[in-house]
Structures are given as structure tokens and as C-alpha cells.
Design a binder for this molecule. Sequence first.
Ligand code: KIV
Length: 278
Amino acid sequence: MKKNINDFSSMAKNKEKIVYLTAYDYLTAKYQEKAGVDMILVGDSLGMVTLGYDTTFPVTMEDMISHCKAVRRGAPNTFIVGDMPFMSYQTSDELAIANAGRFIKEAGSDCVKLEVAGPGTCRRIKAIVDAGILVMGHIGLTPQFMGILGGYKAQGKTAEAAKKLVDLALSIEEAGAFSLLVEGVPAVVGKAIQEALSIPVLGIGAGSYTDGQLLIYADMVGLYDNFTPKFVKKYAEIGAEMERAFREYCEEVRSGAFPDDTIHAYKISAEEAAKIEQ
Ligand code: KIV
């Protein structure tokens, strides 16, 4: 059965970890639901993982809606988080509410996630929540603010920076977010944020103290090899296995070993075959 915000809140209170993975397509979502994943993020990491961009910046609302729909078809009974892409919420409350609404109405998401740089984005969260839409905040290493952060690097590495993150996390909770995702911070900072908040805190590269863990699925199955962050554990080498299979297919097609008509071809009666030969 699909979990909801009450389930996530009880899980966090009972110290039962929330399992969270990204997915961008029907098949991946289907296998994740079968495996018992609690929550799926259709992240704007779609840009790198599936669309081949270098950053998340070019990802559009249309890209996100289309991929969220596919994930929903693959995982009808899993809580789905739709990631608001760059410039889909930054300019005004009206734009943010309209685009958050599309994730719910058109894409079948259960909530939206927003990367938060400061108090301005907290106001945006409040506006979306006031419109009746669940919001997950996202702080720390927020790729959409890569320029301001000075690159793709861990955040909260001094006591002062960590304190700022805790304060920002509290403002996000106050703005009405039902949960918070913390990315790319030392474990002790993940712990401080988890202890300061009463909403579930999920982590990606934020240590083991958070209420749940997220990974980009393509990293943890060894499919995305352009760059692997330090915090990723690989549970499979699917990319290498796919390459091996594609190579073997190339060899067999070229040599004529595939297809073998005794196995990989439609059968008809000998009589019909003889007539066709004639
Ligand atoms: O887009 C995404 O997958 C994300 C994660 C990196 C947290 O936002």
C-alpha cells in the first residue's frame, strides 16, 4: 500500500529508516516498487542521468512531467516526489504554485521538492503549502545553486556554516514543509539537523543519522559512470553488464550466430513452409 506523510512521520519517530531512491522511467520504477522502496524521487538529475546534459539547468517542466508520469505508471503504489526544475519556482509564488500544481494534476506526483538557498525560497514553500500541496525542502549541496555555492562540493564544513544550515532547516519546517532532504554535508551536520527538526529528515551524502537515505539509482547500480560521489555505495555493475551484453550481441549478429532459426524464429507447419519456399 502507498505510504503517506503520516506513515513517514511515524517511521521517523519509531526510528524505522525511510528508503528513498531516484527513478526516471517506467521500468526502473516498477522494479523499485517490487523491491519495497518507500519513496521515489523523480529528480532533475534526470538531466544528467537520462538526458545526457552536464548539469540540471536545462531540464524543463515538460521533461519532468513526462518522466514523472512514466514513473507513476511503473510504481502506482509508491509515494512519488516531483523535483521542481531550475526556474520553475524561483521567480514568483504564482509560477511556483502553478508548476507545483502540474506535478500533482498532470504527473500524478504526491508532493514536490524544492532546492532552498535562503529565506526567499522558504516563502515559496509557504505559498505552495497554502495552495494545498505537500513540499519537501532540499538543502546543503543544492545543484541548482552550484554557481552561488562555488561548485559541486560538500557544505556545512565549519561550525558557522553548519549553524546556518540548521537555521535554514528550521525555517523550512516553519514554512510548512512535511520533510527535508539534506545533501552533501558531514555526518555530524546531518545529525544536528535531524535532532533540531520534528519533520522527517532524509539524507543523501549526509551520514547515517538521518531518518532515511536517498541515492541516485543510476549511481548505486553502476549505470552512471561519468562521476561517482564519495558517498555512493555500488550494489551492482549494471553498466558493465549492459556493455558486455551489447558487445556479445554485436559479435553474434556479425558472425551470424544470432538469430538461430531453431530457437529465435516463428514456427509454421512444414507444409506451409514448403509452399512458401516454392
Ligand atoms: O535531482 C536529484 O536527483 C536530486 C538529488 C541529487 C537530491 O535532487
